[in-house]
Design a protein around this ligand. Structure first.
Ligand code: AMP
Length: 216
């Protein structure tokens, strides 16, 4: 059973590694960012509430995010493992997560922490493009789709996330440093942290992650 958390700044490659990990381990991918973007696209109440936070690169309040993840993790497909991507993002979110996993006798297997220098993150994020339908990740320079504007996987439309503009990226990296980075120490003290150099190639990062997980 693998109950995994992907940790790292925006642009570290969490989404890309998540796609590979869920394929290999057959566990559900729970990306809180994808959940919010889908809700915004569908115009649900959650979407209307979350939109202003995403647009400004700020975090959605903990109470909202925690409720969503709690409900999602209670579904049957998570019983044999899960991959959390973009959650937890604050210490209170991490504490809430253990408050609903612990009583159920469930625990986190490992926290995969991907590190990348901030200049590289900015270049990655501002060049990033995403499929509107399946959320597959592309890049203007380093990972182009085969047919311009069309997702290789599902044929969906490829677009630039509103929060991948230069100004919002700067804000998101500041938010990461202030609110999410403390989780590195938090999970390291629990002996759960596995850290990887996210500047290596996609294949190499993936290989290092799977090797480390198999040694756990
Ligand atoms: P991401 O796709 O993970 O970069 O998330 C995009 C945006 O969704 C973030 O900038 C936040 O506004 C919001 N978001 C995603 N996950 C969380 C979370 N765990 N806590 C608060 N806000 C979140």
């Amino acid at each position: 059973m693998l109950n995994l958390i992907l940790l790292g700044p925006p642009g570290a490659g969490k989404g890309t590694q998540a796609e590979l990990l869920i394929e290999k381990y057959k566990i559900p991918h729970i990306s809180t960012g994808d959940i919010f973007r889908a809700a915004i696209k569908e115009g649900t109440k959650l979407g209307q509430e979350a939109k202003r936070y995403l647009d400004e690169g700020k975090l959605v309040p903990d109470e909202i995010v925690v409720g969503i993840v709690k409900e999602r993790l209670s579904l049957d497909d998570c019983k044999a493992g899960f991959l959390l991507d973009g959650f937890p993002r604050t210490i209170p979110q991490a504490e809430a997560l253990s408050s609903f996993l612990d009583p159920a006798g469930r625990s986190i297997t490992a926290v995969i922490n991907i590190e990348v220098n901030f200049d590289i993150l900015t270049a990655r994020l501002t060049g990033r493009r995403v499929c509107r339908n399946c959320a597959a990740v592309y890049h203007l320079v380093t990972k182009k789709e085969k047919v311009a504007g069309v997702c290789d996987h599902c044929g969906g439309e490829i677009y630039q996330r509103a929060d991948d503009t230069e100004e919002t990226v700067k804000k998101r990296l500041e938010v990461y440093q202030a609110q999410t980075e403390p989780l590195i120490k938090y999970y390291s003290e629990k002996g759960l942290l596995l850290t990887f150099d996210g500047e290596a190639s996609i294949a190499s990062v993936f290989e290092q992650i799977t090797t480390a997980l198999e040694a756990k």
